[in-house]
Design a protein around this ligand. Structure first.
Ligand SMILES: [Zn+2]
Length: 134
């Protein structure tokens, strides 16, 4: 079980995971609202869907920026951004995505298994860094 060295690394991983979950919900919702508005020929509903889509796009850009700094404490790979690196042969997916599994694990379990090195990470400070253990 590996642990990050700093609180900033933990915050970056959590924020990138929350943003990944938010944009994964917002973008399909925007498409659904826009289709609903188009079916009803209701222009205000279509604009609301477009606004939700723009918000999802902005969250996606922010997530990309933050995810470039969110790294695995062991192999230093970017676990929440697409790098094109080969994944570990035993790394598992959720809904066909390694990033989805990592983001959900960070949000709901406070830890993740790195898809590149397949080592578990707990989002707590290392004992040598944690001031509560001194
Ligand atoms: Zn790793």
């Amino acid at each position: 079980m590996h642990r990050p060295r700093s609180l900033a690394a933990i915050y970056r991983l959590r924020l990138a995971a929350i943003l990944w979950c938010a944009r994964s919900i917002l973008l399909p919702t925007a498409v659904g609202i826009m289709l609903y508005g188009a079916m009803l020929s209701h222009q205000a509903v279509t604009w609301i869907g477009a606004g939700v889509g723009v918000l999802g796009g902005l969250l996606t850009i922010l997530q990309w920026v933050i995810a470039t700094k969110a790294r695995c404490p062991l192999c230093a790979s970017q676990v929440l951004s697409h790098q094109g690196c080969s994944r570990h042969r035993r790394a598992k997916k959720l809904f066909g995505s390694h990033r989805c599994r990592v983001a959900m694990a960070i949000v709901f379990r406070n830890g993740f298994s790195c898809p590149n090195c397949n080592e578990p990470t707990q989002l707590q400070l290392r004992d040598s860094v944690n001031p509560r253990n001194r």
